[in-house]
Ligand binder design. Structure first.
Ligand SMILES: Nc1ncnc2c1ncn2[C@@H]1O[C@H](COP(=O)(O)OP(=O)(O)OP(=O)(O)O)[C@@H](O)[C@H]1O
Ligand SMILES: [Mg+2]
Length: 358
């Protein structure tokens, strides 16, 4: 699945890519290379995200990207950046059959009709999710605008934000190649890591972030539902600090190091997330009359066995964490190879973004 901003579709395939997932709490970066039919992971990095008030200033992002490049010691100039859930809108829309270029223009001029809000100053990208019933698949984007409606996945973000990202990337010495909505990352990484499940089953991909989490339900490759829930790892730490009357930093250490010992405090903090996720699963299951067979968790909090176990119980569903690197070749240092298994679930969005761009 690709919903990149500013991709003409006629570009050359890059042989390598640095993808930087600008998370709310932690920046994740991966350096990937094309190797034969597959891809190699050549390096990765976790770094504290820059702290800012409302919008990330260009200078701060420039310095941050330079720090990423320096720490990874990577000569790759091609850069892909991700947009957080609050910066990119990703939604299904019904539109008449027309070329993608026209769709972008129609959305720009009629955002109130299609997206129920004024979105002047936004840039759009589209991907046909299911072509209009009567058109043949490869004719779906040709010819004059038809009457038949088709389901289109739309992504949009503020022009200004895209311009800022492009400028910061250039100032840091990169060639900005793709800017990808972060929610697309787990889907692309999943397609490569577990192709059979992706093709045949109904699954939920849940990325637990810092302030929020995203859930995407896929049915035999198709993205059916995509929601963002305003609960993430921050809620667990802040709630634990309050319950135990300790500092945020102390609570963070306890949450990561010995979650089982504070089970009675942590479990109720996960309940609202469990409830929201269950509601999404129920919605899908009623609409499509089939169960979601498995829930695949990614993001920093999914590194915790306690979190995975608790959600499994609360959702009454087969919840598991997964490794987005299983089908990648590894070209890492011995230290990075040793740590990868623990860190991999947190790299999912960055790996998926790199795969979109490569
Ligand atoms: N081993 C662990 N156990 C529990 N929680 C963890 C662990 N490692 C990281 N976390 C939590 O993961 C969170 C950060 O996760 P992640 O990097 O996926 O978020 P982000 O991408 O920065 O945020 P967002 O996606 O919302 O922008 C933090 O709240 C941190 O406490
Ligand atoms: Mg994230």
């Amino acid at each position: 699945m690709a919903l990149p901003f500013g991709d003409s579709g006629a570009r050359k395939r890059r042989d390598q890519m640095l993808a930087v997932d600008l998370g709310g709490r932690t920046t994740k970066a991966v350096h990937m290379q094309r190797r034969g039919d597959g891809f190699a992971l050549c390096g990765y990095l976790l770094l504290d995200a820059p702290i800012f008030e409302k919008t990330l200033p260009v200078d701060l992002l420039t310095e941050h990207l330079k720090a990423v490049s320096h720490a990874l010691d990577c000569k790759c100039k091609w850069l892909t950046l991700t947009l957080g859930v609050s910066d990119a809108l990703v939604r299904h829309v019904e539109m008449p059959s027309m070329p993608v270029e026209d769709m972008r223009l129609v959305l720009k001029n009629n955002s109130r009709v299609y997206l129920q809000q004024d979105m002047s100053g936004y840039v759009f990208d589209c991907q046909v999710a299911s072509p209009a019933p009567q058109s043949k698949p490869n004719e779906s984007t040709k010819g004059p605008p038809g009457q038949q409606k088709q389901k289109v996945l739309v992504a949009s973000a503020k022009n200004q934000l895209i311009d800022d990202f492009v400028l910061a990337a250039r100032n840091a010495g990169f060639i900005p190649d793709h800017i990808v909505p972060g929610v697309i990352g787990p889907i692309n990484a999943f397609e490569r890591a577990l192709p059979e499940v992706f093709e045949k089953e109904s699954v939920a991909l849940v990325d637990i972030g810092f302030k929020s989490s995203s859930i995407s339900i896929l049915k035999e490759k198709d993205l059916i539902l995509n929601r963002v829930v305003a609960i993430g790892g921050d809620r667990l730490t802040a709630g634990l600090a309050e319950a135990m009357n300790i500092t945020y930093a102390e609570a963070e250490g306890i949450k990561i190091g010995m979650a089982n010992e504070v089970q009675s405090q942590l479990e109720p903090l996960l309940t609202p997330l469990g409830r929201e996720l269950r509601a999404s699963l129920d919605f899908f299951e009623h609409q499509h009359d089939r169960p979601v067979s498995q829930v695949f968790l990614s993001g920093g909090s999914s590194r915790s066995d306690f979190v995975v176990e608790t959600l499994r119980r609360q959702l009454m569903a087969d919840c598991r964490t997964w490794n987005p690197t299983t089908t990648l070749k590894l070209a890492l240092s011995p230290e990075q190879t040793a740590e990868l298994e623990h860190i991999a679930p947190q790299l999912t969005v960055a790996i998926g973004a790199a795969l979109t761009a490569l």
